[in-house]
Design a protein. Structure first.
Lengths: 156, 713
């Protein structure tokens, strides 16, 4: 019998068998069919797989499932409530802050983690925190503008 | 058909797949009006430009369906990879048809539902497929008007249409909507298309800015990329890869891998694959395979590649020639000789190549990240010995392409394994595989001998392009004695190379614009003045003047110490000019880009916002090949394996970006690539202006900048 682990996923208690060497990224994609979290590099360099673990942005490709037990995980699918976009998602739409969209969920989750920690970031702080999230299409300026605008909207 | 295998030159004249397909999508779309177009000369034109090798189907191709709900479904064989045609094509269709933008639905990149398309590349969608589609839509509008007139009991001349509603002129209450017209019917119309589209002055939706139509699904994480599809019994396949492109598999011991739970090993010709429902378990099993190889490496690496290229036997052809080189030499006051080098670079899309393949009855269905769904279909059909009608390829959203997904090895691999096992197979490349099997932008050498006369006019231009690709190699300047020679060889590279965003043109524009700057500097003329003095093409002059105004250019001879540079060029039918400001850390050699301005003349711009985003993307991405991106290798062994050793542009690099699109009532041109071509040249010229050091090799790494500064005397 595989050992079961429990954690909170997008606000719900969940339980899955602990598989040796399974990472959070592939548990999300395969066990839970939450495919908004993307594989990009598998080694934590690109940020496409970013999710929140206890409100901290983490690279899910490098998080082992045994370390997820008892934690609170938030993925892109947990961001909109009753079909209403989260202010960061809305800001990405409003600022056209994407092209191919593959890096977008990771960008939004990383930005969410940043804004939870620091609701009033300066532009420099945003750039600094987003540095490890790669975008090949070059939507960078729009992404920064979206995060700046979301930080203002989230306050009210 | 003699057998069930297609080869490129054996595709039957009347592509038999169409009859089957049409029934399928009539079933899929239900009732309504189906409009099939015979594009004839239009599609031939599209095809010729893309140099496609498959004969164009002579039967009717479907383009439009107008449903009972008034929804218009537009089927095109292009794919969406972030370039934004999912936004701009509906603008064109809605405008031409006089129907609301919201009523347009796009079906893209599905070989079964969409008409043949050679591939999404070369910034061709709008400028080449666009006119064909608009002509078709204009025909459809006439059909609808005539149906509407009949419904209203008047002659077609008496009706007009707005917002998808046909009404009698001056009697707006006598009306019928597109949806009502088709209600309860299944009408099929077969049209031959002639150019009949609207004039620029009639455009209402075109020319206005719209945000990405796919924005909402993408921010919700609901946009489906190839790797996001799931099927019962689906297995991930990890395939044994050689350590080098020069390696051949001698033996593979899979005994340890076989011991793992739930693992299936497949061996088929050169493929050794492990299958498992879980990606990571398949990866772990793959790591247990002990393989031996024999090596036959080409004796070349990233340092010796340029010498290797110049010594390699190649075929030469004269791309363009005017006047006489000897006359040019004798009439020149100053002669400039240079050799420029450019490195191999990777496409590195955020989504690695991915494909899901499965059998549906006797048909192979493949969802793949590919820029060429029909080319993928051809290859799979050939590889599996199936008819084209038994292979369906669907390209869902692509997580970037940039030319790299014109290659589709992963889709063929998935299809082979799915056929062998009878199971749905997902092949999702790791980042290491993505770097290993990328069709890199070729490393290249450019040699230029140029001359100026006493009046400061360019009198000689002898340009030799080795392995870059000829696109953009022709001088854009007005030179009486000019010749461009292109050298090519299939065997010069130790691994695969291919089209990389604006292929050829990045290297050629870098070399040409650097050489122009060197002449201006030597003559002590402001580099903008020197360009204007030597240009005749009004549209090129137009973008240079526009960018100078945008940037606030003040004339000075270079190097001025300010760190400002210029470059201009022509790509995909569009004219671009860039200006940039950089600072160079003289102790470390690190280049920081402070701002970049770009003016673009792309003819009529369908979606200004979308086009500006493409320009900004080009500027961001282009900084990479200019400053850091370089594939390291020894023979066929690619040392670059992840983003840790391949630096692409990141947030802290963001310069201030200024863009301007010139208003033009001319045929729309390409917008996905042009603004990237100047990035090497404009930054090299800005680095020279800052330091007085000329960089003859891209990328301009800190070491190379320091070296150039040390050598500048």
């Amino acid at each position: 019998m595989a050992k079961l682990i429990q954690f909170e996923l997008n606000g719900k208690k969940v339980e899955i068998p602990l598989e040796k060497d399974q990472t959070l990224l592939w548990a999300l994609r395969i066990n839970f069919n939450l495919t908004g979290t993307k594989y990009g590099c598998g080694e934590g360099y690109c940020g496409t797989c970013t999710v929140l673990m206890d409100n901290e942005p983490v690279r899910s490709c490098g998080i082992m499932m045994e370390d997820v037990a008892g934690k609170k995980i938030t993925t892109i699918e947990g961001m909109s409530v009753n079909g209403k976009l989260h202010p960061i998602q809305q800001a990405f739409v409003d600022h056209d802050a994407l092209q191919c969209g593959y890096c977008t969920p990771g960008m939004i989750m990383n930005a969410y983690g940043l804004l939870l920690k620091n609701p009033n970031p300066t532009r420099e702080q945003i750039v600094d925190e987003m540095e490890g999230n790669l975008c090949r299409c070059g939507a960078h300026t729009h992404i920064i503008e979206a995060i700046e605008s979301a930080s203002k909207k989230m306050k009210v | 058909m003699k057998n069930n295998t297609y080869y490129r030159d054996e595709v039957p004249e009347n592509n038999p797949t169409f009859e089957v397909d049409r029934r399928d999508f009539v079933k899929l779309l239900g009732g309504g009006l189906f409009i099939y177009f015979q594009l004839g000369e239009f599609l031939t034109g599209v095809a010729a430009e893309a140099e496609q090798q498959r004969s164009v189907p002579k039967d009717y191709n479907a383009f439009l369906h107008i449903g009972e709900d008034g929804k218009v479904t537009c089927m095109i064989g292009k794919i969406e990879m972030g370039q934004g045609i999912i936004t701009s094509f509906p603008q064109m269709v809605a405008d031409e048809l006089d129907t609301p933008l919201e009523s347009i639905k796009m079906v893209m990149g599905d070989t079964e539902l969409c008409p043949y398309d050679a591939g999404t590349w070369g910034s061709l969608s709008t400028r080449s497929l666009g006119p064909a589609m608009l002509a078709a839509v204009a025909e459809a509008r006439l059909v609808l008007l005539s149906m509407g007139a009949e419904y209203l009991g008047v002659s077609p001349e008496e009706v007009t249409v707005e917002n998808g509603v046909i009404f009698i002129k001056n009697k707006k209450n006598k009306k019928v909507s597109f949806g009502e017209l088709t209600k309860g019917k299944k009408v099929e119309k077969f049209l031959e298309v002639k150019p009949n589209a609207k004039d620029f002055s009639e455009y209402k939706i075109r020319g206005k800015s719209f945000k990405h139509a796919d924005g909402i699904v993408k921010v919700k994480g609901e946009a489906m990329y190839s790797g996001d599809f799931r099927m019962p019994g689906m297995l991930y396949a990890k395939i044994l890869r050689p350590p080098s492109h020069g390696a051949t598999l001698v033996s593979a011991d899979t005994s340890e891998a076989e011991k793992l739970d739930g693992i299936t090993i497949v061996r088929d010709k050169e493929i050794v694959a492990v299958l498992h429902p879980d990606f990571e378990k398949a990866e772990a099993a793959l790591a247990k395979i002990k393989a031996e190889y024999k090596f036959d490496e080409m004796k070349v690496d990233d340092k010796t590649v340029f010498k290797h290229q110049l010594e390699f036997p190649s075929e030469s052809r004269v791309v363009k020639s005017s006047g006489d080189i000897a006359t040019g030499k004798s009439s020149s006051d100053l002669i400039f000789e240079s050799e420029f080098h450019n490195s191999y670079v990777a496409h590195a899309p955020m989504e690695p190549h991915t494909a899901l393949a499965f059998m549906e009855g006797d048909k192979m269905v493949v969802r793949a990240s590919t820029q060429t769904p029909f080319g993928t279909q051809d290859s799979i059909a050939r590889e599996l010995g199936l008819g084209l009608d038994k292979v369906r390829v669907i390209a869902p959203f692509l997580g970037g392409g940039f030319g790299g997904k014109s290659a589709f090895r992963q889709a063929v691999e998935a299809a082979r394994l799915a056929k062998l096992t009878g199971k749905p197979i997902m092949v999702q490349w790791s980042r290491q595989e993505e770097f290993f099997y990328d069709n890199f932008r070729p490393a290249a050498v450019i040699k230029i001998t140029s001359g100026t006369d006493k009046a400061g006019k360019i009198s000689l231009w002898d340009y030799h392009e080795y392995f870059a690709g000829a696109r953009g190699s022709d001088t854009i300047y007005d030179v009486p004695n000019a010749k461009t020679t292109s050298y090519s060889s299939r065997e010069v590279h130790p691994f695969a190379t291919g089209a990389w965003r604006a292929p050829g043109n990045n290297t050629n524009t870098y070399a040409r614009e650097s050489q122009i700057d060197m002449m201006a500097a030597k003559l002590g003329i402001d580099p903008l003045d020197f360009r204007l003095k030597n240009l005749k093409d009004e549209r090129m002059i137009g973008v240079l003047k526009a960018v100078a105004e945008l940037f606030g250019w003040t004339p000075a001879k270079s190097p001025s110490g300010r760190g400002v540079g210029i470059a201009c060029g022509f790509d995909a039918g569009s004219y671009v000019a860039h200006m940039a400001e950089v600072s160079v850390d003289k102790t470390t050699g690190k280049v920081k880009v402070i701002r970049v301005a770009c003016a673009q003349d792309m003819g009529y711009c369908i979606n200004p916002q979308g086009s500006i985003i493409q320009m900004e993307g080009c500027i961001m991405m282009g900084m990479g090949y200019a400053l850091t991106e370089e594939v390291k290798f020894t023979g066929g062994d690619i040392h670059t394996s992840n983003f840790s050793d391949y630096q692409i542009p990141v947030f802290s690099w963001m310069p201030k970006i200024q863009t301007k699109i010139l208003d033009k009532n001319e045929a729309p041109q390409g917008g996905g690539e042009p603004a990237i071509i100047c990035m090497g040249g404009v930054l090299a010229n800005a680095v020279f202006d800052a330091t007085g050091a000329r960089l003859f090799q891209l990328p301009m790494t800190p070491e190379r900048v320091l070296e150039a500064m040390a050598n500048k005397k």
